[in-house]
Design a protein around this ligand. Structure first.
Ligand code: UDP
Ligand code: MG
Length: 315
């Protein structure tokens, strides 16, 4: 039996690309339906993230013309990640598998065939990974790759060069729905869900119309959110730094005393120098200790599921 596929496409002011995107995706899905790769109840679900242009009107028109289209309208702009989650959670009620993709067709839609094939091989999550960044500007390439490296360094399990183009099965989506955190960074959350997963490579194109909805400022906020929503390493680093400064203060202490004994100082210099370094180190350690507790609170408040059961065998 073939599975019901829902494509989830977040859209924010995408009137320029929607007519073309919807057409290409419909062709793709119809072909898959014809070849019995997916069920005929499959849908292309557009999520309007509070657009200010004609996006929703276009989506409505599409749903009237063809049942293959579905629409979800958010009450206001909530950002890419939230719009995506809204779509995934709505789609999972009816779908067996969901593929998310951007509205601007930067992700090659031919990756859909491969993702569906991987799913029928038993993979619950298929990450779309861009094979190269030739079409990016030097700046984007440099910052993006730096970001993935930094995340890995900070101990966040993240798939290199994977954006939000991925396939997730119903069980994986059910598991994802147990993560209640508000600061959403799906790229970090999905690997936490576990399940059998794999990677599909594709070439990423340039946006064919409209402008990027991720200007530099949004990109930086996104990166910062990603780090602070997943890693408490920066907090632990404070403790490390404090200990380092305390160590330095001991060296400074010895040095100051030697200089004093040699009689090359003005009165009070030794005392002040030693105090500054010692108190500095002590304060930093104290902040670090508080940081460790805050780190614990941070994890507790997220109320992430402690485990996800994939299967139970009980005869
Ligand atoms: N997007 C959204 N809400 C926002 C910003 C962006 O739903 O507040 C959608 C947008 O319509 C697109 C996807 O997120 O489908 C990725 O945005 P974009 O292509 O502008 O980002 P880039 O590819 O330049 O990083
Ligand atoms: Mg784009």
């Amino acid at each position: 039996m073939s599975k019901v596929l829902y494509m989830v496409i977040p859209c924010y002011n995408e009137e320029a690309v929607l007519p073309e995107t919807s057409k290409q995706l419909r062709e793709k899905l119809n072909k898959l339906i014809k070849n019995k790769k997916i069920d005929k109840k499959s849908r292309i679900m557009f999520v309007d993230d509070g657009s200010k242009d004609q996006t929703w009107t276009i989506i409505e028109e599409l749903t009237k013309k063809d049942d293959i289209y579905a629409g979800v309208k958010l009450s206001r702009n909530r950002g890419h990640q939230n719009a995506l989650l809204a779509g995934l959670m709505t789609a999972k009620e009816k779908a067996d598998i969901v593929i998310s993709m951007d509205a601007d067709l930067q992700d090659d839609i031919n990756v859909i065939d491969e993702m569906v094939a991987k799913n029928s091989e038993g993979y619950e999550i298929v990450y779309g990974v861009r094979s190269n960044r030739k079409k990016d500007t030097f700046f984007k390439r440099f910052t993006a790759q730096g970001f993935y490296r930094l995340m890995t360094m900070l101990g966040v399990d993240i798939v290199y060069n994977h954006a939000d183009c991925r396939l997730m099965s119903k069980p994986a989506l059910e598991a994802l729905s147990n993560y209640k955190e508000v600061n959403l960074f799906l790229r970090g959350l999905v690997p936490l869900v576990g399940y059998k997963s794999t990677i599909c490579y594709y070439e990423r194109n340039v946006r064919f119309a409209g402008e990027s909805k991720y200007p530099l400022k949004k990109m930086l906020t996104f990166a910062f959110d990603g780090i602070t929503s997943f890693s408490i390493k920066p907090l632990s680093m404070i403790l490390g730094l404090g200990l380092l400064i305390l160590l330095i203060s001991i060296i400074i202490m010895i040095y100051s005393l030697v200089v004093k004994l040699l009689g090359e100082t003005v009165p009070g210099w030794t005392f002040i120098t030693i105090s500054i370094w010692f108190i500095g180190g002590l304060q930093m350690i104290s902040i670090g200790v508080i940081g460790e507790y805050i780190g614990k609170i941070y994890y507790e408040t997220k109320q992430r599921p402690r485990y996800i059961i994939e299967k139970v065998i009980d005869k």
